[in-house]
Design a protein around this ligand. Structure first.
Ligand code: MG
Length: 270
């Protein structure tokens, strides 16, 4: 029997794996229906911290996929999970969208919005997210605090975010390069893929073991590496970023490679 048949939890990357922009990838619906039939779980994992989970639920709904909040784990979830363990209620200077701001506040943290020299007003962390509302003022204050030695962490390392076929926009990783050039410092912790934190969180939440989990994704350096770092099965699909040429030259070797999620469906179907 194929080892993939034993997997109970499929952690799915979204863009490039189950859809491309606004188009569902062929085989996705069959795959998801088959999981439901077999009482197995699909959990959507994403590094994009500019969108709240509610926005992903809406996005998947527009593709006729019904989900609830429990079906997602984002880099923002992993970051908050980690910071709560380190310092509950910490003060945070955030480079992030209003939806990330809301999530941070709802999670019990306090947002610092300005530069202060008074010790009791200063943040415990500068947090870098995917800030599509970034301003020069926010950058300047972040650099000031980072230069002062305030702890600096980030949601995810992606340099660009795909926005439609063949196009991309600067993402958190690119902003980190800017800050590194200006301050000489890089985040001490980056919560998103390839950090295994997202997978460890899912394991805690679902109370499952490593051999029950597989990650399906289109990117070697995030999705596949994340699975390798967590010690779970990695499945790479060639419907997104990774090409056969890239696979040959990369040091990151997935357990399985398929043309698309449709091939995974063909293996798991009963
Ligand atoms: Mg992807």
């Amino acid at each position: 029997m194929h080892k993939i048949k034993n997997i109970k939890y499929f952690l799915l990357d979204m863009d490039g794996t189950i859809y491309l922009d606004t188009t569902l990838i062929d085989g996705t619906m069959d795959f998801l229906n088959e999981l439901e039939k077999q009482n197995k779980r699909a959990i959507y994992i994403t590094n994009n911290s500019s969108k709240a989970v509610a926005q992903y639920i809406e996005k998947l709904q527009s593709l006729n996929i019904e989900t609830t909040e429990d079906d997602f784990c984002t880099s923002a979830n992993a970051l908050v999970h980690n910071l709560k363990k380190e310092k509950e209620g910490a003060k945070i200077f955030l480079l992030g969208t209003p939806s990330l701001e809301n999530y941070i506040v709802e999670s019990g943290f306090e947002l610092v919005k300005d530069y202060y020299t008074e010790e009791d007003k200063r943040p415990d962390y500068v947090v870098m997210g995917f800030d599509t509302t970034l301003t020069y003022e926010k950058l300047r204050i972040a650099c000031d605090y980072i230069n002062d030695g305030v702890a600096y962490v980030a949601t995810h390392p992606d340099m660009v975010c795909p926005v439609g076929v063949g196009r991309s926009i600067p993402d958190a990783g690119a902003f980190m390069e800017l800050i590194a050039a200006a301050t000489g410092r890089r985040p001490s912790m980056i919560a998103g893929k390839p950090n295994p934190l997202i997978i460890e969180m899912v394991m805690e939440k679902e109370n499952c073991s490593k051999d029950e989990i597989a990650v399906i994704g289109d990117r070697l350096n995030t999705d596949v590496l994340c699975a390798i770092n967590a010690g779970v099965m990695s499945i790479c699909v060639l419907t997104g970023e990774t090409t056969k040429e890239l696979l040959e030259t990369s040091d990151v070797k997935p357990d399985y490679v398929f043309d698309s999620i449709k091939d995974v469906y063909e293996i798991i179907k009963e």
